[in-house]
Design a protein around this ligand. Structure first.
Ligand SMILES: C[S@@+](CC[C@H](N)C(=O)[O-])C[C@H]1O[C@@H](n2cnc3c(N)ncnc32)[C@H](O)[C@@H]1O
Length: 217
């Protein structure tokens, strides 16, 4: 969790956000205990935000770029209506195997399609249209993910991208790290894209939402 926001505010917000439950909570606990980077999994605020966007927007066809251990995928799967699908992309076969175990032990696992391989190659094979795309994989590739998914975004779809603050480094214009450069390039590409409106939310590590600009605006 980024400390860019006052810790007291973050704590208060978490106290007033529904805690994770069921298989998602089990997957999150497993991730805390068994991975070297549990901070990679989506936090509580991101998870509940994704769920809310799916419920409010009536999303049925969801794409997640970056599965890790399956916390985001399972959160979104639980929020889908009957017949809805989360396609989730993961390059690391070990984390994909852990995700698969969590997916298979969930009542909503049949709604999740896990594809192992490089996300950009996988996206090229997918048709869409996607009602929600969650970008949460290799930070240097965020601009390429955006370019690849925009043509596959449903008319009323939304893109959600995590880690826009990159723990604060994205606020430093001169940081040479390729991930930070990727995030900053993504943020300005979205901001300057006349096809979309967007908002950068100061929750978690910074979450960008982008959707097609309403006609006539
Ligand atoms: C931040 S984690 C994803 C967290 C997950 N979305 C969640 O909700 O818990 C990023 C994941 O992206 C994967 N990844 C990195 N580069 C990738 C690539 N080129 N293609 C697909 N997945 C990739 C990593 O292996 C890692 O598991």
């Amino acid at each position: 969790m980024s400390e860019l926001i006052a810790p007291a505010a973050v704590g208060y917000a978490e106290e007033h956000t529904s805690p994770l439950g069921g298989p998602v909570a089990s997957a999150a606990a497993w991730t805390e205990d068994n991975t070297s980077s549990p901070g990679m999994m989506s936090g509580l605020a991101e998870a509940r935000l994704l769920e809310a966007l799916i419920v409010v927007g009536g999303a049925r066809n969801v794409l997640e770029i970056g599965t890790f251990t399956g916390v985001g995928a399972l959160t979104m799967a639980a929020a889908l209506p009957e017949g809805g699908t989360v396609t989730t992309l993961e390059v690391n076969p070990d984390t994909a195997a852990a995700a698969r175990r969590h997916i298979e032990s969930s009542a909503h696992g049949s709604r999740v399609k896990l594809i192992v391989g490089d996300a950009l190659e996988s996206i090229a094979e997918l048709e869409g249209p996607f009602d929600l795309v969650y970008i949460d994989a290799w930070k240097a590739d965020y601009p390429a993910y955006y370019d690849a998914v925009m043509p596959k975004l449903a008319e009323r779809g939304v893109i959600v991208a995590d880690n826009l603050f990159r723990s604060g480094s994205a606020l430093e214009a001169t940081d040479p790290d390729e991930g930070t450069v990727g995030i900053r390039t993504f943020a300005s590409r979205v901001q300057n894209d006349a096809r979309v409106n967007n908002v950068l939310l100061t929750i978690g590590d910074g979450v960008m939402l982008a959707w097609r600009r309403p006609q006539g605006e």
